[in-house]
Design a protein around this ligand. Structure first.
Ligand SMILES: [Zn+2]
Ligand SMILES: [Zn+2]
Length: 362
């Protein structure tokens, strides 16, 4: 089949709470600054399965979501200069490049960003779970072909980590505690370690404890040990320099403040949860202890480029964070698996990948 002649494509869509279906749509026309991507894999993010669970329904239906994807370029528009058919790419963010935010390098605040997520037929979302997609040339990043599509698809979540780690200003002499060894916790932990910091991970689930230990981290099993006590022991009683909260819970927020050194500690709030957790400390605590409480969300273009380097140069290893994969036809099953507590990323494979990755990897 000549792939340039594709007229329609199939894609995964959430139609209501608990319902993921495969729909079909006409392929939009390629404009001069766009590329046609044969999408190979898209991982199911918390934002995706959260909506499937009914926790993030404010995102709206029909939701053709999926923003953690990778694939191969099969056609380029006339004015695309840097990308060629055959290039292996991962999805980054859409932005206009013209508004003041974009010009400042703050593309995640682009004023027309959300308009890119509306499609023919009223579908919303980034259309990651789609066989093909026309994308702006500026909204993909070239990836190392040695990575599997499911690995390259970690570009977006890792870009959000790159942004957070940059804000937290992690230094080699720091001891950093990461609360939660889920996908985002272990991406943060690897990125902090890559900055030279000593990293402690706290977790309560056996499986995640094992994954974190296998990655070489010092792990506190919070079922057996008080993480605050251990954090102090690790630092000769001082407390850690920074905490990354990668578990959305009031208790985690309280623990973060307690693990931190008395003065000038930094806390990065990485996780969201519904209903929203409480901060767990008072403004007096922040004042007297000169604490820095930082928030992070999304990534800008420079964060995507940093994340691409981390993946392409194998600074982070995301293989252990791919739980399993399902073909597009099993999209409902894929969401069921993604939503199971303790599971790492579930990858939706959009085309037959010719062995290697086609079945459950673990
Ligand atoms: Zn995501
Ligand atoms: Zn803009």
């Amino acid at each position: 089949m000549d792939e340039k002649q594709i007229e329609k494509f199939r894609f995964g869509v959430l139609t209501s709470k608990g319902h993921a279906e495969v729909h079909e749509m006409r392929l939009p026309k390629l404009s001069e600054h766009q590329v046609l991507v044969k999408q190979l894999a898209c991982n199911i993010c918390t934002a995706d399965y959260g909506q499937w669970l009914g926790l993030r329904e404010h995102q709206g239906y029909p939701m053709a979501g999926g923003h953690e994807g990778a694939g191969i370029i099969i056609e380029t528009g006339d004015k695309v200069v840097e990308l060629l058919p055959g290039d292996f790419v991962a999805i980054s963010n859409n932005y206009c490049g013209e508004c003041e935010y974009c010009r400042r390098g703050e593309e995640s605040q682009c004023v027309i960003r959300s308009s890119y997520d509306l499609h023919e037929g009223g579908y919303k979302g980034r259309m990651g779970f789609a066989e093909y997609q026309v994308r702006n040339a500026t909204a993909v990043v070239k990836m190392n072909p040695k990575l599997s599509p499911s690995e390259a698809a970690f570009l977006e979540p890792l870009a959000t980590v790159a942004k957070g780690i940059g804000k937290l200003n992690v230094r080699p002499q720091d001891t950093v505690a990461v609360i939660g060894a889920g996908t985002m916790g272990l991406l943060n932990a690897q990125a902090a370690r890559a900055c030279g910091a000593r990293v402690i991970v706290t977790e309560m689930m056996e499986k995640k404890i094992t994954t974190a230990r296998d990655m070489g981290f010092e792990v506190v099993d919070v079922r057996k040990n008080d993480p605050v006590k251990i954090a102090k022991q690790f630092t000769d009683g001082r407390g850690v320099d920074a905490v990354i909260v990668a578990a959305g819970a009031t208790k985690a927020n309280e623990q973060a403040a307690a693990m931190l050194k008395h003065f000038d500690g930094r806390i990065l709030m990485f996780a969201a949860a519904y209903p929203p957790p409480k901060l767990g400390i008072t403004s007096n605590d922040i004042h007297y202890r000169r604490m820095e409480i930082l928030g992070t969300y999304l990534g800008d273009t420079k964060d995507f480029l940093e994340a691409a380097r981390m993946l392409n140069q194998a600074v982070v290893d995301v293989k252990p964070l791919i739980e399993k994969s399902h073909p597009l036809d099993e999209i409902q099953k894929a969401f069921e698996e993604a939503a199971k507590p303790g599971n790492y990323r579930v990858s939706v494979l959009l085309h037959d990948q010719g062995g290697g990755e086609g079945t459950c990897s673990e």
